[in-house]
Design a protein around this ligand. Structure first.
Ligand code: AHM
Ligand code: MG
Length: 334
């Protein structure tokens, strides 16, 4: 009989390997895993919204229906609040940092940055979407309310990061800095099962993922790189294959498993691109590095950038090291 490793067992086993670990991080990861199962359930019946009721209408229990991204946000926030190990949350859905100011959370050591449901344009059309999260140790004094500066740390201070992809199956992929592991949800028993141990980027790849409709607004260096992707060179597997879903989690996940670069460059109109540094780029960058890959803003390591504000944007390039170095070369020499 095959031995099954559940997410909960795996997280607890990992905790045992860290001397003096208090179990607080374990509980946060577990809480995120549980909340994601509720989101999975709602995502899977999203198509029934028209039948069961739309946002603003009441369901059969007389409860107000919520949009999925609002539902996901509420779910993660209440799980983290109830858990008591998190002192503050920065979420894409909330303008300000949420300070969990109560006697238990004020004693918590950790803060969480989260994009509860990324890929908003795909939510209503049955295409993969995801959750992205990262966990930091707070810098402010334990025992007092946390503050925004606890979230404005460089990615090198991340203690754990991951994503959940709600796709043809639901998967949770995470790292605590000791490699990247992926767990697939078995909905029949409601358990995440270790399905992708020690995920590593292939050394290089032949997929590139970019929204090419922005082409006319790209810098010349990015246009030249895309031209490079299109060229014929059997030695380097070019022309590369274009794959773009428009859900970062899904694009990143595929490229991580199959070998490919994900790029969301700045444009003439929006020099910092679209993606948010804190809760989209940095967690993914941490995963990229833990999987042997690289993530940069074109010249700087994403993890080393000190954020100034929680919703700030950054150009983003992520993939196997060789592929990211290639685009950096184009950016440098143009
Ligand atoms: P969102 O936070 O509003 O969902 O936007 C982020 C998403 C990413 O998942 C994806 O990579 C990107 O936006 C797609 O943007 P575009 O439609 O410009 O290609
Ligand atoms: Mg997002």
């Amino acid at each position: 009989m095959t031995t099954i490793t559940t997410l909960t067992k795996f997280i607890i086993d990992q905790q045992h390997e860290i001397p003096d670990a208090s179990g607080d991080l374990t509980r946060i990861l577990n809480d995120i895993g549980i909340a994601s199962k509720f989101v999975h359930r709602e995502v899977n019946k999203a198509g029934l919204a028209d039948i069961l009721g739309l946002e603003g209408t009441e369901n059969v229990q007389g409860e107000q229906q919520k949009k999925l991204d609002v539902y996901a946000n509420d779910q993660f926030i209440s799980a983290l609040k109830a858990g008591g190990q998190c002192a503050a949350i920065a979420s894409e859905e909330n303008e300000e940092v949420i300070i969990l100011d109560n006697s238990i959370s004020n004693k918590a050591k950790y803060v969480v940055a989260i994009d509860p449901l990324d890929g908003s344009s795909n939510i209503e059309v049955n295409v993969s979407i995801g959750t992205v999260f990262s966990i930091y140790k707070r810098k402010s004094e334990i025992g007092k309310p946390a503050d925004e500066s606890d979230l404005l740390q460089p990615g090198t201070d991340i203690v754990a990061a991951g994503y959940v992809i709600y796709g043809s199956s639901t998967m949770l992929v995470y790292t605590t800095g000791h490699g990247v592991n992926g767990f697939t949800l078995d909905p029949s028993v409601g358990l995440f099962i270790l399905s992708h141990p020690n995920i590593r980027y292939p050394e290089t790849g032949n997929i590139y993922s970019v929204n090419e409709s922005n082409h006319i607004y790209f810098q010349e260096s990015i246009k030249a790189y895309i031209q490079f992707c299109h060229e014929d060179d059997s030695n380097t597997g070019r022309p590369y294959i274009t794959r773009y879903i428009g859900s970062m989690v899904a694009d990143v996940h595929r490229n991580l498993l199959l070998g490919g670069i994900f790029l969301y460059p700045g444009t003439i109109k929006k020099p910092n691109g679209k993606l948010r540094l804190l809760y989209e780029c940095k967690p993914m960058a941490y995963i990229a590095e833990q999987a042997g890959g690289k993530a940069s803003d074109g010249s700087r390591r994403i993890l080393e950038i000190h954020p100034d504000s929680i919703h700030q944007r950054s150009p983003f390039y992520m993939g196997p090291t060789k592929m990211v170095e290639k685009i950096e070369e184009f950016i440098r020499f143009f």
